[in-house]
Structure formats: C-alpha cells, structure tokens
Design a binder for this molecule. Structure first.
Ligand code: AMP
Length: 148
C-alpha cells in the first residue's frame, strides 16, 4: 500500500493555493504526514530599483525575502496552530522547477497545488505553474481547482 509520509504544498499565498492547502492539511492529518510548505520567490525579480529607487539592490532582495518570510509565518499561525509536523521553505527561482526539485530532494510522496482553471487568452498570457508541475513531475501531483 502506498503511504503518504511527506506531502509538499506549494503556496503562492493566493486564494487558490489556500483552498488547495485545506486538502493538503487534511491528508497530512489523516496520514500523520510531514507537511512541507514551499514558497518560491519568482526569479528573475525586477531589481532595477524602478519601484523603490531609494533602496539598493541588496536591500530590495533582503526586503523581498523578509516579506515572504512574514507571509509564511502568518500563514502558519493562521492555518497550522494545531499541527506541528511541518516545515517551511522559501527559495528563489522558477516556481515549477523549484517545487519539483524540492519534492524530489525531500522524497515527497505527493505535491499539492492550486489551479485557477484559467482558459483561453488568460491561460496563454499567464501560463500555469500547476500545469508545468503536472507535466514534469515524477512525483504524483494533486491539483485543486478554485471555482468562482
Ligand atoms: P498558477 O498556475 O501560477 O496560477 O499557480 C497555481 C498553483 O501553483 C498555486 O496555487 C500554487 O499552488 C503553485 N504556485 C504558483 N506560484 C508559486 C510560487 N511562487 N511558489 C510556490 N507555489 C506556487
């Protein structure tokens, strides 16, 4: 029988990943699995200082990372107060690539992601991290669609 010992939840802190998270958390609780929460800081980040000219590149990078850490802490306080079998990771890179790499290196049994169910032009313009993960991951992926 297949076991779920380690579940990787990829979160971009969006409504769709929050929705998917509820499934990841239920499964983790059910199987007493280790829950890995991963957020990828999209790279290349626009670090030209265009939006905040008074901040140096290094400072901007630091602030982005600190902001991401705070979002992750808040997320865990809100959603995981009664579950301590989890770990959080924040890494820079290309989201689908980092998610798959982390799942492989952590020996995860399942990856959980949200989807917006974008279609048509919207889909062509924005692409889909979830779709790329499904296509390229050697590890099973559960996608949870958020219907509006
Ligand atoms: P998307 O296809 O870009 O709308 O994203 C779909 C799902 O991929 C999200 O609900 C997350 O589960 C995951 N995802 C997207 N971007 C990231 C990111 N930067 N870090 C971690 N997971 C992500």
């Amino acid at each position: 029988m297949k076991e779920f010992k380690t579940i990787l939840m990829a979160t971009d802190f969006s409504e769709s990943s929050d929705h998917a998270f509820s499934y990841a958390a239920s499964l983790a609780r059910k199987f007493n699995a280790r829950l890995l929460l991963l957020h990828v800081i999209n790279e290349p980040v626009d670090l030209r200082g265009f939006y905040a000219p008074h901040i140096s590149f290094e400072k901007l990078e630091e602030e982005i990372e600190e902001g991401a850490q705070k979002m992750m802490e808040k997320f865990c306080q809100n959603h995981l107060r009664d579950y301590d079998n989890y770990e959080t990771f924040i890494v820079p890179g290309i989201p689908y690539d980092e998610v798959i790499k982390k799942a492989i290196s952590a020996n995860a049994d399942l990856i959980v992601v949200g989807t917006h169910g974008r279609t048509g032009l919207d889909h062509m313009l924005f692409g889909s991290t979830a779709e790329k993960i499904v296509r390229k991951s050697p590890i099973p992926v559960m996608t949870v669609r958020l219907e509006h």
